[in-house]
Design a protein around this ligand. Structure first.
Ligand SMILES: CCCCCCC/C=C/C(=O)SCCNC(=O)CCNC(=O)[C@H](O)C(C)(C)COP(=O)(O)OP(=O)(O)OC[C@H]1O[C@@H](n2cnc3c(N)ncnc32)[C@H](O)[C@@H]1OP(=O)(O)O
Length: 279
């Protein structure tokens, strides 16, 4: 994926010169040090290998540019933040592909979870599974108050299991008992429920998600970077190290699990169900 610069928006000057890739739009505002990163992989921002790769590239570019201290993650697709991992990447492929794909999923989580940037999720659509995981890596989550925008780690509903580092990220956010129940039942929370359980930090009207994210960002960026970054690292490094210490084993575990006939059948059936839903 190549990083492309696009023309600045009208009357904005350099600070709004957009850049990004085909599936990840980046709207930087150098004046405030905040960039808005929008997933653009229609129809549902499924986390394909390409999107994961472009996401990592764009995030790295922002992290390496000291102009930027905060990034807001949001969706360019209507009604969906992200439908989670791309099921077609986990169905009917070969072990080598599964390994490559899972390595990219690990990489994105590792980069996001320990990012020095202030990361705020402006959740403007449905946010199941891998989409929920991305929002959980952020420092703060704002969800649009729309009953259609469900959020949660629903993997068991597909007959699969969220790996331990998905689990750890949820436990670090909503606690052990709430996570145990949510993961086993594959719960998808309504906005009010997500707020109540602590899965999201704020629920606001749909047209205020981005403006709310910008004002919350200002509050987080008022903290001296070094102190905030060291504190974030203190809070999260143990969780990250658990995966770092066993990345290859985790990949092998994923490949053998996802390759099972029973799992492949579950995923195929789930994909069929999604397609029939439209019928
Ligand atoms: C040891 C480890 C083991 C395994 C690892 C476990 C970790 C897995 C994490 C995951 O993220 S698995 C993915 C789980 N995702 C979901 O359950 C969400 C499924 N999608 C939906 O619920 C809905 O699509 C939506 C997000 C609520 C949006 O609904 P909407 O009605 O707007 O769109 P649809 O008509 O449902 O979908 C449009 C189009 O997109 C396809 N699609 C939807 N989700 C995915 C997906 N995750 N991957 C690939 N494709 C997806 C859907 O089939 C439709 O396709 P077409 O019919 O248009 O071809």
């Amino acid at each position: 994926a190549t990083i492309r610069r696009t023309e600045p928006t009208a009357g904005s000057g350099d600070s709004a010169r957009r850049f990004g890739t085909q599936r990840v739009l980046v709207e930087p505002d150098a004046a405030s040090g905040v960039a808005v990163m929008k997933f653009k992989n229609p129809p549902v921002n499924s986390l394909s290998l390409e999107l994961l790769t472009e996401f990592i590239i764009s995030l790295e570019k922002l992290e390496n540019d000291k102009t930027f201290r905060g990034v807001i993650l949001t969706s360019d697709c209507p009604r969906v933040f992200s439908a989670g991992l791309d099921l077609t990447e986990m169905c009917g492929k070969n072990p080598a592909h599964y390994a490559e794909y899972w390595k990219a999923v690990q990489e994105l989580w590792l980069r996001l979870y320990l990012s020095n940037l202030v990361l705020i999720a402006a959740i403007n659509g449905a946010c199941p599974a891998g989409g929920c995981l991305i929002s959980l890596t952020c420092d703060y989550r704002i969800l649009a108050d729309n009953p259609k925008y469900l959020i949660g780690l629903n993997e068991t509903l597909l007959g699969i299991v969220a790996p331990f580092w998905f689990k750890d990220t949820l436990v670090n956010t909503i606690g052990h008992r709430a996570s145990e129940q949510a993961l086993q039942l594959g719960l998808l929370f309504l906005p009010a429920e997500a707020l109540q359980v602590g899965l999201v930090d704020q629920v606001v009207p749909e047209d205020q998600v981005l403006s709310t994210a910008l004002s919350v960002m200002a509050r987080w960026m008022a903290i001296p970077d070094h102190a905030r970054q060291l504190t974030k690292n203190m809070m999260r490094k143990t969780t990250v190290d658990r995966l770092v210490k066993q990345r290859d084993a985790d990949i092998q575990n994923f490949v053998s699990f996802i390759s099972r006939d029973s799992i492949q059948k579950s995923l195929q059936m789930y994909l069929e169900k999604l397609k029939q839903k439209k019928g």
